[in-house]
Design a protein around this ligand. Sequence first.
Ligand code: ADP
Ligand code: DP6
Ligand code: CO
Length: 362
Amino acid sequence: MKICTGIAPVNIAVIKYWGKKDEKLILPMNDSISGTLSTDEMHAKTSVALSPDFTEDKLWLNGKEVSIHQPRVAVCLSELRKLAQQKKSGGDMVHWKMHICSENNFPTAAGLASSAAGYSCLVFTIAHALGLDSSQVSHIARQGSGSACRSMFGGFVRWRALPSELEGKQSDGEESEDLRRKQSEASNAEQIISEAYWGSMRVIILVVNDQAKSTSSTDGMQRTTLTSTLYTHRVHTVVPERCERMETALNEKDFATFAQLTMQDSNQFHACCLDTYPPIVYMNDTSHAVVRFVHEFNTVAGGTKVAYTFDAGPNACLYLLEDSVPLLLSTLVQYFPASSEISVPYVRGLKYSTTPSPLQLP
Ligand code: ADP
Ligand code: DP6
Ligand code: CO
């Protein structure tokens, strides 16, 4: 029997992924950029046991057994086994069944990137158990949950959409299978800047509501791509240029530009959700109060010191530099007293990723 345990961080997008060109391979409509958080607080932890005596694959999520046959889990397992066979890695273990236990130490499905941490952890840990190079499997994590491919790297990470020369109509037969494989391997995440490069970056997560959202990211983005005209404008006109400007801001450590682009992108993503028909509402009154708070804070501070961003849920993620943290936290506690919807134990000060590889094996 072989047992491995891995830990994987969440990542919070500053240019959002929302919408797929290909539902099965999870190929995104646009590039996205995110920061990977340290595993100190919010993370997924996965243990995998492989044994020649196991008769079937099994999966437990947060202590409860769930189906191993759900397509996204199944595709990750089969792709990892296929790759191990190709690379002649893992020996007989490629044929052994596995028992996988995965848990998150933060709310699952609440818009805090549990699918990103969860699938990157699952793929990383199994890859490690089978002796595969974990920097080469982000395209497999992507097939578990799109955002998961970005959690395979630390620092700020860009997930690239399919290059246009690989886009094309599918036909049957061997040629199309070859094209599918090339397409699948071409949409990958890569690090733009390391955590050490901009080491003073910090993220604070404000948990407004830790309940599971009513519209999953997968369902929500599918509906947006089908119905929102604002989304078409976003994907074709806004995001390509915004990604380039964001990459420049990161390379130049230009916080004011970084923060403005981050807030604008979050706002446009949620505007697209509202433009979806029927509309999707992820932010609530408290989320909007956080938006107002950040703009007021920046005005009083005399410059853009903090950026908010909201994923598919009401919870706020604040990006800021280390020297702004004390004032931000003390002002926040006054603005949102303990009795309000954001309670103090839920304010988590997260250090930005500090390890060269965000994934650690104990
Ligand atoms: P979130 O905003 O938390 O990422 P999503 O709607 O994108 O929410 O995805 C939530 C789903 O991701 C869960 O219902 C579950 O299927 C999957 N998931 C979350 N955490 C894990 C994990 N640790 N291991 C495997 N799958 C996970
Ligand atoms: C709003 O990666 O959870 O957090 O690929 O269908 O699993 P699936 O969706 P998921 O979507 C994340 C959406 C987002 C933005 C982002 O992380 O870029
Ligand atoms: Co998700």
